[in-house]
Design a protein around this ligand. Sequence first.
Ligand code: HEM
Length: 373
Amino acid sequence: MDTQALKDSWHLVSRSGDQVPLYFYSVLFLMNPDVRDMFPVSMARQRDKLVGALGKVISNVDRIEEVVPVLQQLGRDHRKFAVNSTHYPAVGQALLATLEHFLGDRWTPALAHDWTQAYNLVAQVMIDAANDSSKVSPPWWEAEILSHEMRTLGIAVIRARLNYQYPFRPGQSASISYAMRPRVWRFYSFANAPRQDNTIDLHVRMVDGGVLSSALVMGARRGEMLRVGAAVGERLTLTADVQGDLLMIAGGTGLAPLKGLVEQIAYEGPTRRVDLVVGARHSRDLYDYEALAKMAAEHPWLNVVPVVSHDPFYRGTRGYAVDVALQGWRGQHVYVCGSEEMAQATVGRLLDAGVPTEQIHFDEFTSDKGRES
Ligand code: HEM
């Protein structure tokens, strides 16, 4: 398989921007009207989710060994859309038709053969994982909202109870949907470690134009139901190779998965010191400070440092979380979570300051597009 040709051709196709998903979905829905119902009612903001991912994943098929675990999670997670193995050929067909349309003369039989093989390879990993998981877990879980607290104007902390046992590790996230916005799914991190009573905490920030986040923050009420997909994500979990003290840097609701890790350490019995630096633009954005201060008072191994960047009247530490964090870096592993912008800037600063790459843990997905918190 000529993987360079796959990459080059995808690069060419992507130059047509929004026209690409527009064409893809027209072909897909025209040829398979039954799959239309799997997608959000309004596709206006959605067009890019599947098509961009398809091109990126498939044209990087030479790294398939590396991405198998991610594809398996994706395959398992696709069960929440009611996708089954019979739908894969339809998506493959629409993808090939799209490539052919945008590549014109450059679409050769050899290229068509390679794209087909690459798609089938990726699809099979997803299908196998979905089939395996269907024997042991449901396509999604239902969760009843037990409490909904508005912490600031645009941030709500929601506690919900899952209808049955839900396996996840602290630091992971799951896609969530809410009956008021049918078929719209967005990823949120759990702000807790697994609990006996099957409850989860979500920190939801209302994002400009975010259809799900605004409904969850402004509309969701106690007693209503959420749907929760299978837990995904590895990068922010505590793996066996991460030994010793930890330094955590949170921006906004990126605090959620880091709080989950702190809970895990508390449950497991503290064997390490944790410095958690929580950054916010204004003091009013420190939406979970009370809870964090309580945890710090209970656990001597936990040090919580709130840092505010854009509030000249703030009496505590002012500046950027990463600068304050670096003052306390003594060789610990560093966990980072926040908006895409914050995570990128923070990781850049850490690298510049000499923190080794393998000691920096951040989740592109957690602080990336496709998510509303
Ligand atoms: C190789 C095959 C595939 C890959 C790599 C892939 C990848 C992805 C990714 C990364 C996303 C965004 C993450 C998410 O929202 O959970 C996504 C969304 C989605 N995929 Fe797939 N997918 C594949 C096949 C399929 C198939 C066969 C269907 C069924 C028709 C499907 C239906 C969907 C739907 C409904 C969404 C949500 C779209 C939205 O909300 O705008 N996918 N896919």
